[in-house]
Design a protein around this ligand. Structure first.
Ligand code: IPM
Ligand code: MG
Length: 365
Protein backbone atom coordinates (compact mmCIF):
# COMPACT_ATOMS: atom_id res chain seq x y z
CA UNK A 1 0.00 0.00 0.00
CA UNK A 2 1.33 3.43 -0.80
CA UNK A 3 1.59 5.91 2.04
CA UNK A 4 0.12 9.38 1.79
CA UNK A 5 2.23 12.23 3.07
CA UNK A 6 0.42 15.35 4.27
CA UNK A 7 1.71 18.79 3.40
CA UNK A 8 0.50 22.36 3.69
CA UNK A 9 1.81 24.70 1.01
CA UNK A 10 2.00 28.41 1.85
CA UNK A 11 3.46 30.21 -1.19
CA UNK A 12 3.14 33.71 0.32
CA UNK A 13 4.26 36.94 -1.35
CA UNK A 14 6.62 38.22 -4.03
CA UNK A 15 8.50 35.43 -5.74
CA UNK A 16 7.08 32.86 -3.27
CA UNK A 17 4.29 31.62 -5.57
CA UNK A 18 6.61 31.39 -8.62
CA UNK A 19 9.25 29.31 -6.92
CA UNK A 20 6.63 27.16 -5.19
CA UNK A 21 5.07 26.34 -8.58
CA UNK A 22 8.31 24.55 -9.48
CA UNK A 23 8.17 22.53 -6.26
CA UNK A 24 4.63 21.47 -7.15
CA UNK A 25 5.95 20.12 -10.45
CA UNK A 26 8.63 18.15 -8.61
CA UNK A 27 5.94 16.74 -6.31
CA UNK A 28 3.91 15.69 -9.35
CA UNK A 29 6.99 14.07 -10.85
CA UNK A 30 7.57 12.07 -7.65
CA UNK A 31 3.98 10.83 -7.79
CA UNK A 32 4.31 9.68 -11.37
CA UNK A 33 7.82 8.29 -11.21
CA UNK A 34 8.49 7.23 -7.62
CA UNK A 35 5.00 6.42 -6.31
CA UNK A 36 5.15 9.07 -3.58
CA UNK A 37 1.72 10.51 -2.89
CA UNK A 38 1.18 13.77 -1.09
CA UNK A 39 -2.09 15.04 0.42
CA UNK A 40 -1.67 18.70 -0.30
CA UNK A 41 -3.58 21.64 1.07
CA UNK A 42 -2.76 25.24 0.28
CA UNK A 43 -3.46 28.61 1.87
CA UNK A 44 -2.30 32.21 1.90
CA UNK A 45 0.30 33.61 4.26
CA UNK A 46 1.93 37.00 4.77
CA UNK A 47 0.76 40.06 2.86
CA UNK A 48 -1.51 37.98 0.66
CA UNK A 49 -3.28 36.60 3.74
CA UNK A 50 -3.49 40.11 5.20
CA UNK A 51 -5.19 41.31 2.01
CA UNK A 52 -7.61 38.37 1.96
CA UNK A 53 -8.27 37.69 5.68
CA UNK A 54 -7.05 40.87 7.40
CA UNK A 55 -4.25 38.98 9.16
CA UNK A 56 -1.02 37.37 7.97
CA UNK A 57 -2.01 33.84 9.01
CA UNK A 58 -5.58 32.58 9.30
CA UNK A 59 -6.64 30.37 12.23
CA UNK A 60 -7.48 27.64 9.70
CA UNK A 61 -4.02 27.77 8.17
CA UNK A 62 -2.39 27.63 11.61
CA UNK A 63 -4.54 24.64 12.63
CA UNK A 64 -3.69 22.89 9.39
CA UNK A 65 0.03 23.63 9.84
CA UNK A 66 -0.10 21.88 13.21
CA UNK A 67 -1.81 18.84 11.74
CA UNK A 68 0.31 18.09 8.66
CA UNK A 69 3.65 16.25 8.45
CA UNK A 70 5.32 19.36 7.03
CA UNK A 71 4.69 22.90 5.85
CA UNK A 72 6.32 24.17 2.65
CA UNK A 73 6.72 27.92 2.93
CA UNK A 74 7.60 30.36 0.13
CA UNK A 75 8.37 33.90 1.25
CA UNK A 76 6.57 36.85 2.84
CA UNK A 77 6.73 40.62 2.81
CA UNK A 78 6.96 43.57 0.48
CA UNK A 79 6.75 47.35 0.36
CA UNK A 80 2.96 47.20 -0.03
CA UNK A 81 2.61 46.27 3.68
CA UNK A 82 5.39 48.48 5.08
CA UNK A 83 2.96 50.66 7.04
CA UNK A 84 1.03 47.80 8.65
CA UNK A 85 1.37 47.23 12.44
CA UNK A 86 4.04 44.70 13.44
CA UNK A 87 1.54 42.13 14.67
CA UNK A 88 -0.23 42.14 11.30
CA UNK A 89 2.81 42.49 9.06
CA UNK A 90 3.52 39.67 6.60
CA UNK A 91 6.57 38.64 8.67
CA UNK A 92 4.31 38.09 11.71
CA UNK A 93 2.68 35.19 9.83
CA UNK A 94 6.00 33.41 9.65
CA UNK A 95 6.98 34.25 13.24
CA UNK A 96 3.61 32.95 14.48
CA UNK A 97 4.14 29.66 12.66
CA UNK A 98 7.63 29.27 14.14
CA UNK A 99 6.42 30.04 17.66
CA UNK A 100 3.12 28.12 17.58
CA UNK A 101 4.71 25.02 16.08
CA UNK A 102 7.62 25.39 18.52
CA UNK A 103 10.13 25.20 15.66
CA UNK A 104 13.16 26.07 17.74
CA UNK A 105 15.84 24.52 15.53
CA UNK A 106 16.51 26.16 12.19
CA UNK A 107 18.95 24.25 9.99
CA UNK A 108 20.54 26.37 7.29
CA UNK A 109 23.12 24.39 5.36
CA UNK A 110 25.53 26.45 3.25
CA UNK A 111 26.95 24.17 0.61
CA UNK A 112 28.83 25.23 -2.43
CA UNK A 113 27.82 23.29 -5.52
CA UNK A 114 31.02 22.69 -7.47
CA UNK A 115 29.72 24.22 -10.75
CA UNK A 116 29.01 27.45 -8.84
CA UNK A 117 32.45 27.86 -7.31
CA UNK A 118 33.08 30.84 -9.60
CA UNK A 119 29.78 32.52 -8.72
CA UNK A 120 30.90 33.19 -5.14
CA UNK A 121 32.24 36.62 -4.26
CA UNK A 122 35.19 34.82 -2.63
CA UNK A 123 38.13 33.14 -4.36
CA UNK A 124 37.24 29.66 -5.66
CA UNK A 125 39.76 27.91 -3.40
CA UNK A 126 38.08 29.41 -0.32
CA UNK A 127 34.63 28.01 -1.15
CA UNK A 128 35.28 24.88 -3.20
CA UNK A 129 33.91 21.95 -1.19
CA UNK A 130 32.32 24.26 1.37
CA UNK A 131 29.76 22.46 3.55
CA UNK A 132 28.74 24.19 6.74
CA UNK A 133 25.58 24.01 8.80
CA UNK A 134 24.26 27.10 10.50
CA UNK A 135 21.97 26.10 13.31
CA UNK A 136 19.88 29.09 14.33
CA UNK A 137 17.75 29.18 17.48
CA UNK A 138 14.37 30.23 16.11
CA UNK A 139 11.76 30.74 18.82
CA UNK A 140 13.55 32.89 21.38
CA UNK A 141 15.92 35.79 21.74
CA UNK A 142 15.27 39.35 20.70
CA UNK A 143 12.64 38.31 18.13
CA UNK A 144 10.22 37.34 20.87
CA UNK A 145 11.59 38.83 24.12
CA UNK A 146 9.44 41.11 26.29
CA UNK A 147 9.24 44.01 26.90
CA UNK A 148 9.15 45.32 23.37
CA UNK A 149 7.65 48.35 21.70
CA UNK A 150 8.01 52.04 20.99
CA UNK A 151 6.97 54.50 23.67
CA UNK A 152 6.62 58.27 23.76
CA UNK A 153 8.65 59.87 26.50
CA UNK A 154 7.55 62.98 28.37
CA UNK A 155 10.51 64.95 26.98
CA UNK A 156 9.26 64.54 23.42
CA UNK A 157 11.72 61.75 22.63
CA UNK A 158 10.65 58.25 21.67
CA UNK A 159 12.11 55.01 23.02
CA UNK A 160 12.32 51.72 21.12
CA UNK A 161 12.80 48.53 23.12
CA UNK A 162 13.44 44.90 22.26
CA UNK A 163 14.68 42.34 24.73
CA UNK A 164 17.27 39.65 24.21
CA UNK A 165 16.35 36.82 26.55
CA UNK A 166 17.25 33.14 26.77
CA UNK A 167 16.46 30.54 29.38
CA UNK A 168 18.52 27.46 30.14
CA UNK A 169 16.15 24.96 28.52
CA UNK A 170 16.16 26.90 25.25
CA UNK A 171 19.95 26.83 25.09
CA UNK A 172 20.15 23.19 26.12
CA UNK A 173 17.75 21.88 23.49
CA UNK A 174 19.40 23.77 20.61
CA UNK A 175 22.85 22.71 21.86
CA UNK A 176 21.74 19.06 21.76
CA UNK A 177 20.67 19.49 18.15
CA UNK A 178 24.04 21.08 17.34
CA UNK A 179 26.07 18.25 18.87
CA UNK A 180 23.85 15.60 17.26
CA UNK A 181 24.32 17.23 13.86
CA UNK A 182 28.09 17.50 14.34
CA UNK A 183 28.24 13.82 15.27
CA UNK A 184 26.88 12.97 11.82
CA UNK A 185 29.17 15.52 10.15
CA UNK A 186 32.74 16.54 10.96
CA UNK A 187 32.56 16.63 14.75
CA UNK A 188 33.05 20.37 15.33
CA UNK A 189 30.58 22.79 16.94
CA UNK A 190 31.26 26.53 16.99
CA UNK A 191 29.00 28.29 19.47
CA UNK A 192 28.52 31.95 18.65
CA UNK A 193 27.41 34.80 20.97
CA UNK A 194 28.55 38.16 22.35
CA UNK A 195 29.51 37.11 25.85
CA UNK A 196 31.96 40.00 26.00
CA UNK A 197 29.08 42.48 26.23
CA UNK A 198 25.86 40.53 26.86
CA UNK A 199 24.80 38.50 29.90
CA UNK A 200 22.50 36.42 27.71
CA UNK A 201 25.57 35.61 25.62
CA UNK A 202 27.52 34.54 28.68
CA UNK A 203 24.66 32.30 29.78
CA UNK A 204 24.54 30.84 26.26
CA UNK A 205 28.25 30.04 26.38
CA UNK A 206 28.14 28.47 29.85
CA UNK A 207 25.06 26.35 29.15
CA UNK A 208 26.44 25.08 25.83
CA UNK A 209 29.53 23.96 27.74
CA UNK A 210 27.39 21.94 30.14
CA UNK A 211 25.72 20.08 27.26
CA UNK A 212 29.11 19.54 25.58
CA UNK A 213 30.03 17.21 28.45
CA UNK A 214 27.51 14.67 27.07
CA UNK A 215 29.43 14.64 23.77
CA UNK A 216 33.08 13.89 24.53
CA UNK A 217 33.83 13.10 20.87
CA UNK A 218 32.68 16.46 19.57
CA UNK A 219 35.00 19.44 19.63
CA UNK A 220 33.43 22.66 20.94
CA UNK A 221 34.74 26.12 20.12
CA UNK A 222 33.35 29.50 21.14
CA UNK A 223 33.42 32.53 18.92
CA UNK A 224 32.13 36.08 19.28
CA UNK A 225 29.50 36.91 16.68
CA UNK A 226 31.37 39.80 15.07
CA UNK A 227 34.47 37.66 14.70
CA UNK A 228 32.34 34.86 13.26
CA UNK A 229 31.07 37.20 10.54
CA UNK A 230 34.65 38.04 9.72
CA UNK A 231 35.86 34.43 9.81
CA UNK A 232 33.01 33.35 7.52
CA UNK A 233 34.29 35.59 4.75
CA UNK A 234 37.96 34.90 5.54
CA UNK A 235 38.20 31.12 5.85
CA UNK A 236 34.70 29.66 5.74
CA UNK A 237 35.88 26.06 5.51
CA UNK A 238 37.14 26.18 9.12
CA UNK A 239 33.50 25.64 10.24
CA UNK A 240 31.34 22.55 10.53
CA UNK A 241 28.26 23.35 12.68
CA UNK A 242 27.71 26.93 13.86
CA UNK A 243 25.11 27.20 16.63
CA UNK A 244 23.84 30.62 17.49
CA UNK A 245 20.86 32.67 18.64
CA UNK A 246 17.93 33.93 16.61
CA UNK A 247 19.31 37.34 15.58
CA UNK A 248 22.95 36.39 14.98
CA UNK A 249 21.72 33.32 13.11
CA UNK A 250 19.59 35.49 10.85
CA UNK A 251 22.59 37.62 9.92
CA UNK A 252 25.26 34.94 9.72
CA UNK A 253 23.11 32.67 7.57
CA UNK A 254 22.71 35.44 4.99
CA UNK A 255 26.49 35.88 4.97
CA UNK A 256 27.05 32.14 4.62
CA UNK A 257 24.46 31.97 1.87
CA UNK A 258 26.31 34.46 -0.25
CA UNK A 259 29.49 32.38 -0.03
CA UNK A 260 27.71 29.76 -2.07
CA UNK A 261 27.06 32.12 -4.95
CA UNK A 262 23.54 33.29 -4.29
CA UNK A 263 20.88 33.53 -1.64
CA UNK A 264 18.73 31.85 -4.30
CA UNK A 265 20.48 28.53 -3.62
CA UNK A 266 19.98 28.04 0.11
CA UNK A 267 17.30 25.84 1.68
CA UNK A 268 16.31 25.60 5.32
CA UNK A 269 14.45 23.35 7.70
CA UNK A 270 12.76 24.50 10.90
CA UNK A 271 12.17 21.66 13.31
CA UNK A 272 10.64 21.27 16.76
CA UNK A 273 10.34 18.20 18.94
CA UNK A 274 10.74 15.11 16.78
CA UNK A 275 7.58 14.32 14.83
CA UNK A 276 5.75 17.45 16.00
CA UNK A 277 5.66 19.89 13.14
CA UNK A 278 8.20 21.06 10.63
CA UNK A 279 8.50 23.93 8.20
CA UNK A 280 10.72 24.16 5.15
CA UNK A 281 11.54 27.42 3.43
CA UNK A 282 14.18 29.02 1.25
CA UNK A 283 16.52 31.36 3.13
CA UNK A 284 15.88 34.12 0.60
CA UNK A 285 12.99 36.52 1.00
CA UNK A 286 10.14 37.59 -1.25
CA UNK A 287 12.34 39.73 -3.56
CA UNK A 288 9.50 42.08 -4.59
CA UNK A 289 11.80 43.83 -7.11
CA UNK A 290 11.85 40.77 -9.38
CA UNK A 291 8.46 39.23 -8.49
CA UNK A 292 6.28 38.14 -11.38
CA UNK A 293 9.07 38.42 -13.95
CA UNK A 294 10.09 34.78 -14.15
CA UNK A 295 13.60 35.69 -12.96
CA UNK A 296 13.57 34.02 -9.55
CA UNK A 297 15.76 31.03 -8.82
CA UNK A 298 13.55 28.12 -7.66
CA UNK A 299 16.51 26.02 -6.45
CA UNK A 300 16.47 27.11 -2.78
CA UNK A 301 12.80 26.15 -2.52
CA UNK A 302 13.28 22.88 -4.39
CA UNK A 303 16.20 22.03 -2.09
CA UNK A 304 14.03 22.94 0.91
CA UNK A 305 11.54 20.38 -0.35
CA UNK A 306 14.41 17.88 -0.57
CA UNK A 307 15.12 18.61 3.10
CA UNK A 308 11.44 17.91 3.84
CA UNK A 309 11.79 14.55 2.10
CA UNK A 310 14.80 13.76 4.25
CA UNK A 311 13.68 15.03 7.67
CA UNK A 312 9.87 14.73 7.61
CA UNK A 313 9.03 12.00 5.13
CA UNK A 314 11.92 9.59 5.53
CA UNK A 315 12.58 9.63 1.78
CA UNK A 316 16.35 10.14 1.77
CA UNK A 317 16.75 8.49 -1.65
CA UNK A 318 14.41 10.95 -3.32
CA UNK A 319 16.06 13.86 -1.46
CA UNK A 320 19.43 12.77 -2.85
CA UNK A 321 17.93 12.38 -6.32
CA UNK A 322 16.72 15.99 -6.26
CA UNK A 323 20.08 17.29 -5.00
CA UNK A 324 21.88 15.34 -7.71
CA UNK A 325 19.49 16.67 -10.36
CA UNK A 326 20.20 20.25 -9.25
CA UNK A 327 23.93 19.59 -9.39
CA UNK A 328 23.64 18.11 -12.91
CA UNK A 329 21.65 21.07 -14.19
CA UNK A 330 24.24 23.48 -12.80
CA UNK A 331 27.03 21.38 -14.31
CA UNK A 332 25.24 21.78 -17.67
CA UNK A 333 25.69 25.56 -17.27
CA UNK A 334 21.99 26.28 -16.83
CA UNK A 335 21.59 29.44 -14.74
CA UNK A 336 18.87 31.79 -13.50
CA UNK A 337 19.81 35.49 -13.43
CA UNK A 338 21.11 35.51 -9.83
CA UNK A 339 23.83 32.95 -10.63
CA UNK A 340 24.35 33.82 -14.27
CA UNK A 341 27.82 34.41 -15.71
CA UNK A 342 29.15 35.05 -19.21
CA UNK A 343 28.97 32.01 -21.46
CA UNK A 344 26.31 30.25 -19.38
CA UNK A 345 22.71 29.64 -20.44
CA UNK A 346 20.32 32.17 -18.89
CA UNK A 347 16.93 30.63 -18.07
CA UNK A 348 13.67 31.67 -16.43
CA UNK A 349 12.15 30.21 -13.27
CA UNK A 350 10.00 27.69 -15.18
CA UNK A 351 12.83 26.79 -17.55
CA UNK A 352 15.01 26.00 -14.54
CA UNK A 353 12.13 23.78 -13.37
CA UNK A 354 12.03 22.08 -16.79
CA UNK A 355 15.75 21.34 -16.64
CA UNK A 356 15.52 19.93 -13.13
CA UNK A 357 12.61 17.65 -14.11
CA UNK A 358 14.55 16.42 -17.14
CA UNK A 359 17.59 15.72 -14.97
CA UNK A 360 15.39 13.83 -12.51
CA UNK A 361 14.01 11.69 -15.29
CA UNK A 362 17.50 10.97 -16.61
CA UNK A 363 18.82 10.03 -13.16
CA UNK A 364 15.79 7.87 -12.45
CA UNK A 365 16.05 5.79 -15.64
C1 IPM B 1 14.66 34.74 7.65
C2 IPM B 1 13.96 36.06 7.41
C3 IPM B 1 12.93 36.27 8.51
C4 IPM B 1 13.68 36.43 9.81
C5 IPM B 1 11.96 37.44 8.29
C6 IPM B 1 11.22 37.32 6.98
C7 IPM B 1 10.99 37.55 9.44
O1 IPM B 1 14.89 37.08 7.32
O2 IPM B 1 13.96 33.73 7.77
O3 IPM B 1 15.89 34.74 7.71
O4 IPM B 1 14.16 37.52 10.16
O5 IPM B 1 13.79 35.44 10.52
MG1 MG C 1 16.93 36.43 7.29
Amino acid sequence: MTKNYSMLILPGDGIGPEVMDEVKRVIEWLGENRGLNFDISEDHVGGKAYDVYGKPLSDEALAKAKEVDAVMFGAVGGPKWAGVDYDKRPEAGLLTLRKELNLFANLRPAMCFEPLVDASSLKPELVSGLDIMILRELTGGVYFGEPRGIEDLSNGQRRGVNTQVYETYEIHRIAHVAFDLAAKRNGLVTSVEKSNVMESGLLWREEVEIIAKDYPDIKLEHMLADNCGMQLVRTPKQFDVIVTDNLFGDMLSDVAAMLTGSLGMLPSASLGEVGKGALYEPVHGSAPDIAGQGKANPIATILSFAMALRYSYDCADEAKLIEDAVNDVLADDVRTADIHQDGKMLVSTTEMGDHILNALTKLNS
